[in-house]
Design a protein around this ligand. Structure first.
Ligand code: FES
Length: 365
């Protein structure tokens, strides 16, 4: 044990007033806890990706990281049961004359135990085999009482055509998946929004992993189908898009491009208009993820403001030869472009994007 360096970190009255506080002293950031009349002091920096423990909360005698929920004993710094081999530094602490004193010279060591990486974290390399097309349905409906969906109907024509042309195909209906809304990790700190998604890493029941697997690892081309709801894509589309922030954020925080040599096309079906606005959002968003687009990247249908006779709209979409043919050709264009991209393999794996950098906080401070 080195000679103690007792350092005054604040008044007993102030630090005992809340269960968790963050204190920075002599260049060291600390998470100070107070429970049942006893102080605990550990490093502020979480072992995972540096989240600020001093901004967390107490769960019994464990301080919970506010970024992704890892827990450490508030006095010993030991990880919660199941992660007992993980330690954040803990510090001797005492109270003298109404002041809280911490021995900064005798912190216990930080021990980071390697955690098995999430399966999605594996390197992104295209598995050999035929071209692969994913149909992604974003329409929402009552699964017990399904109705005709125009966007799903046209999507099926595209996926069937791709299969008939020798591609491997798969359809994911977001409506069938149970997944949580994005909880705004990015808004806590850019580095809190991780790949794989923070929620996916914490919650094995969350089914967004199926979308990540298909988009990042499996598909060469995707066709995303949406209805128009109040002039925008569906609510499920946006729920998914927010969860895909981690794919884009991998570029911002790690300069790591996860989507390479992949193509996206879109099917937009509505009763009223606003197709170009919906298409603009989708093109902009999927472009930011790294997708490229074939010539004429979307097909669409709407009859405009003065046609609210939706029964007729359904009939038109269900029997439209034009839409069926358009969907088949969209699939062909997407797969054709994917073939070219894969053969050339020129997509960058990292990219400098002016003005879009995340700054890492030092030592969890
Ligand atoms: S749990 Fe602490 S940074 Fe992720």
């Amino acid at each position: 044990m080195t000679q103690a360096k007792w350092t005054d970190i604040g008044a007993l009255e102030g630090l005992s007033a809340q269960p968790v506080s963050r204190v920075r002293i002599d260049g060291t950031a600390l998470a100070v806890t107070f429970k049942d009349g006893v102080f605990g002091v550990v490093s502020n920096a979480c072992n995972h990706v540096g989240g600020p423990l001093g901004e967390g909360r107490l769960d019994g005698d464990y301080v919970v990281c506010p970024w992704h929920g890892w827990k450490y004993h508030r006095c010993s710094g030991q990880g919660e049961p199941g992660s007992e081999t993980d330690f954040v530094p803990s510090y001797p602490v005492k109270v003298e004359n109404g002041r809280v004193m911490v021995d900064l010279a005798n912190a216990t060591p930080r021990v980071k135990t390697p955690h098995a990486p999430h399966p999605l974290a594996r390197p992104v390399t295209r598995a050999p085999g035929p071209l692969r097309l994913l149909g992604l349905s974003t329409t929402a409906m009552d699964a017990q009482n399904p109705r005709f969906s125009g966007s799903d109907h046209v999507l099926k024509a595209a996926v069937d055509a791709a299969a008939a042309n020798g591609a491997e195909t798969k359809t994911i209906k977001l409506n069938d998946l149970n997944f949580r809304t994005c909880e705004g990790y990015y808004s806590k700190a850019a580095h809190a929004c991780t790949w794989p998604c923070s929620i996916t890493q914490m919650d094995s029941k969350d089914q967004m992993d199926q979308v990540y697997e298909a988009l990042v690892h499996w598909a060469d081309a995707i066709i995303v189908a949406t209805p128009i709801r109040w002039g925008a894509a569906s609510s499920l589309y946006f729920k998914m898009a927010e969860r895909l922030n981690c794919v884009q954020n991998a570029i911002t925080i790690q300069n790591r491009v996860l989507i390479r040599n992949k193509v996206a096309g879109f099917i937009i079906i509505g009763g009223q208009d606003n197709i170009q606005s919906v298409a603009g959002q989708m093109l902009g968003f999927f472009g930011e993820l790294g997708y490229v687009f074939p010539q004429f990247p979307y097909i669409a249908h709407s009859r405009g403001w003065t046609h609210e006779d939706m029964e007729n709209n359904v009939r038109i979409v269900a029997h439209s030869e034009e839409l069926r043919k358009g969907a088949e050709e969209l699939a062909e264009r997407c797969l054709g472009m994917a073939r070219t991209l894969i053969d050339k393999d020129e997509a960058p794996a990292s990219i400098e994007r002016g003005g879009r950098k995340a700054h890492r906080l030092i030592g969890g401070d």
